[in-house]
Design a protein around this ligand. Structure first.
Ligand SMILES: Cc1ncc(C[n+]2csc(CCOP(=O)(O)OP(=O)(O)O)c2C)c(N)n1
Ligand SMILES: [Mg+2]
Length: 391
């Protein structure tokens, strides 16, 4: 789906109803769509940046479709884990808008560095959603080509990818690929817990002093496994950016429109050579940390219920209905597509072949290595020693 750029052609775009508000000043949270599905026309940030979106009806419907599909595929993956078909799954439930909004804000040339939860961004990059399931089933190491899709491999080591992204972004500058509309920008995803890691703070320093074309995109889902946000910080996370010398802003991470607007702006600044920024997408992890976790041990039901009222999909649906952008037929068709894609995902997961054990030595280095060749030979001999035995 091609997304409308602020300032692009206005043909076919929806005129703002008079009732829409414009918010000016220093918003603690940039929001363009309230939990009730009401549109806020624009929000002016502390530096005078006006955040707004200008989508066609078709683009609004496309965003809704993305949100529903990524939630459904995620639910299917959770079910597959529960049935023993995956070793583990890290659900994105509740974080769909933060991921689809930022994922759709990326331009084709931009590079993304994910954690282990960015299935929605992966989907927006055009990667087959089966890919991370191979990783979590333990039959491959994530099968996509990072260069082809401009989406790096999942990273489990908390915060490490922010350093990889910083180095990559510095390389983009050294290659002379910033400075215009077609310049490249980089985005690094990480969580609220990751902000306490040394790696992340070092990445902030390096990105800042080298003016790297990088957007630090923190999904503050309020928890690092069982540790609540108050164990990570005494100030709102976005304000940390000021101490490192670059702008920081907090966006309603359950609002796909605001997330899109804020991320697109930060990426465009980066690609034009204006350096890094930090986005704190304020959201909530509605499910468990992973399928190995039981969140009822450390958080109360009323907190989860309060966030249910801020659901990222329900508010888009309410908006589409109110503005008559979509009808019941459309919503039914999207649900049916989601159901079909989930069935397809399930069928293909069950058919995934078990790899030969020696293939774990493949793809470690692009041109192999003598030491690895030695280890492969040793391991092959070990496997052969079982041949003909009952074990
Ligand atoms: C360096 C490192 N330390 C600890 C862990 C174990 N660990 C896995 S997820 C996680 C919490 C991360 O929380 P956050 O950054 O908020 O991301 P979220 O899972 O909430 O998306 C921890 C501590 C790890 N994977 N890597
Ligand atoms: Mg977290």
């Amino acid at each position: 789906m091609a997304k409308g750029d602020p300032g692009a052609s206005t043909r076919g775009r929806r005129a703002a109803p008079r009732s829409r508000k414009a918010v000016t000043g220093d918003p603690e949270l940039v929001q363009l769509l309230t939990p009730a599905g009401e549109r806020i026309e624009s929000v002016t940030g502390p530096d005078g940046t006006v955040y707004r979106v200008d989508f066609t009806d078709e683009e609004y419907r496309g965003l809704y479709r993305d949100l529903v599909l990524v939630r459904k595929l995620d639910a299917e993956a959770t079910a597959l884990q529960r049935q023993g078909e995956l070793g583990l799954w890290a659900s994105l439930l509740g974080q769909e808008a933060a991921q689809v909004g930022s994922g759709r804000a990326l331009r084709a040339q931009d590079m993304a560095f994910p954690t282990y939860r960015e299935h929605g961004v992966l989907y927006c990059r055009g990667i087959d959603p089966i890919m991370p399931l191979g990783l979590f089933r333990g039959v491959d190491q994530g099968g996509w080509d990072p260069n082809e899709f401009k989406f790096n491999m999942y990273t489990i080591v908390i915060g490490a990818q922010t350093l990889h992204a910083t180095g990559y972004a510095m390389g983009v500058t050294m290659d002379g690929k910033t400075g215009g509309e077609d310049g490249e920008a980089v985005i690094a995803y990480f969580g609220d817990g990751a902000t306490s890691q040394g790696d992340v703070n070092e990445a902030f320093v390096w990105a800042s002093v080298f003016n790297a074309p990088l957007v630090f995109f923190c999904q503050n889902n309020q928890y690092a496994i069982s540790e609540p946000l108050e164990r990570q910080t005494r100030v709102p996370l976005y304000r940390r950016a000021a101490g490192f010398g670059f702008p920081g802003i907090r966006v309603d991470g359950n609002d796909v429109l605001a997330t899109y607007a804020v991320t697109r702006h930060a990426l465009d600044n980066a690609r034009h050579g204006q350096g890094p920024s930090l986005i704190e997408a304020y959201t909530y992890r509605m499910g468990a940390h992973t399928t190995s976790d039981d969140p009822t041990r450390y958080r109360i039901a009323s907190e989860v219920e309060a966030w249910q009222a801020k659901d990222p999909i329900a508010r888009v649906k309410a908006f589409l209905e109110r503005e008559k952008i979509a009808d019941a037929g459309f919503f039914a068709e999207v649900d049916e597509q989601a159901r079909r894609e989930a069935v397809d995902l399930r069928e293909r997961v069950l058919e995934m072949p078990n790899p030969e054990p020696v293939t774990m030595f493949d793809h470690v280095y692009p041109n192999g290595s003598p030491l690895l060749d030695q280890q492969r030979a040793q391991f092959s001999r070990y496997l052969e020693s079982f041949e003909g035995s009952a074990h």
